[in-house]
Ligand binder design. Structure first.
Ligand SMILES: Nc1ncnc2c1ncn2[C@@H]1O[C@H](COP(=O)(O)OP(=O)(O)OP(=O)(O)O)[C@@H](O)[C@H]1O
Ligand SMILES: [Mg+2]
Length: 311
């Protein structure tokens, strides 16, 4: 009997080969190999300062590799014309800076620059792309407002609108949910999934790479999850493959249990309880670092609520 053939590797327009990234003499990403699967949502997770934004910036050619390369359709980004890259790859950085006193409408319209030509400054396609991007991010009513005077969450959605208006096949979003209230977080992540979904005509959707801090959102929305630590990829695969108690311990130094998300079935990380149940006569002060999970009293041993002391 012959061994089954390995599954074919997913197609990937954007790849990193032995990518090394540095700021002056400090290397922060080491020899990274990464293939971003086409038409899927890739989520990058990892602790602060592990190199997520640095990697994303290199994938969007905002940062030149110190070693190795980023390839788009097999060609090193460094060799491709800027306009071509801007038509294919959109990047929303972690802390974008708006030109002073620009209005929301004008900022979103800047997303169309890679598609404009000197002989045709603004087309119907530009108008449609901007209108649609503003509607999908719920900022159409802010069009005339100055970006400077928006709340953090409003401003974040305007930046996402600008990235959407660019209408690139590949979209790189660095912490797009920062500043957003919970319902706008879910809206933005649902939008990410819609962008990557196949079209009704059966064509593949867009390729999206998102940096997220919330592991549970990452596990819910990712097709492909990449966990980084200290400038290296330590795990990659489906959320079920990557989000394990061992991995969360190794990457984040956090005790947790992983249970199925009651809504989606994806892995749900529940941090080890930072408190101990308080019995009569015990101090009300919070307990110290959480005890190993197997030493914690099982939840079902707690007395029923109506038998607990009321004072
Ligand atoms: N412009 C810069 N100049 C010098 N060092 C930088 C610069 N940007 C980032 N670094 C350093 O590179 C390392 C990786 O930073 P990076 O922003 O990629 O981390 P991150 O994983 O995105 O973190 P966070 O979750 O906090 O956003 C950090 O040690 C950071 O201090
Ligand atoms: Mg970052």
């Amino acid at each position: 009997m012959t061994a089954p053939a390995p599954a074919p590797a997913a197609a990937a327009r954007l790849t990193a080969r032995e990518l090394t990234l540095a700021y002056e003499d400090r290397t922060v990403v080491h020899d990274l190999d990464l293939a971003i699967p086409d038409g899927k949502v890739t989520v990058i997770v990892g602790p602060n300062a592990c190199g997520k934004s640095t990697t994303l910036r290199a994938l969007g050619r905002l940062l030149k590799p110190r070693g190795g390369s980023v390839l788009l359709d097999g060609e090193a980004l460094a060799k491709l014309p800027t306009r071509h890259i801007a038509q294919q790859v959109g990047l929303l950085p972690q802390t974008p800076v708006a030109p002073e006193a620009i209005t929301v409408g004008d900022l979103v319209a800047r997303g169309r620059q890679p598609h404009q030509r000197w002989w045709q400054q603004w087309s119907d396609a530009d108008e449609t792309a901007v209108t649609e991007a503003m509607e999908r991010t719920d900022v159409a009513a802010l069009a005339e407002r100055s970006v400077d005077e928006l709340s953090g969450g409003q401003r974040q959605r305007v930046w996402i609108a600008m990235a959407l208006a660019q209408q690139t096949d590949i979209l790189l979003l660095d912490e797009p949910t920062t500043y957003l209230d919970i319902s706008h977080q879910v809206e933005v992540l649902d939008l990410v999934r819609q962008l990557a979904a196949p079209t009704p005509a059966g064509e593949r959707g867009r390729t999206v790479v998102v940096v997220l801090h919330d592991l549970n959102q990452a596990a819910r929305y990712a097709d492909h999850l990449v966990a980084m630590k200290e400038g290296r990829v330590v795990a990659r695969g489906t959320p079920a493959e990557v989000v394990t108690e061992d991995l969360v311990g190794e990457v984040f130094g956090l005790d947790c249990v992983v249970v199925p998300d009651p809504v989606t079935g994806s892995p749900l990380v529940v941090p080890g309880a930072p408190w101990q149940p308080q019995g009569p006569g015990t101090s009300a002060a919070p307990a110290g670092p959480s005890a190993p999970l197997d030493k914690k009293p099982p939840l079902d041993k707690k007395p029923p609520l109506d038998e607990r002391p009321t004072s």
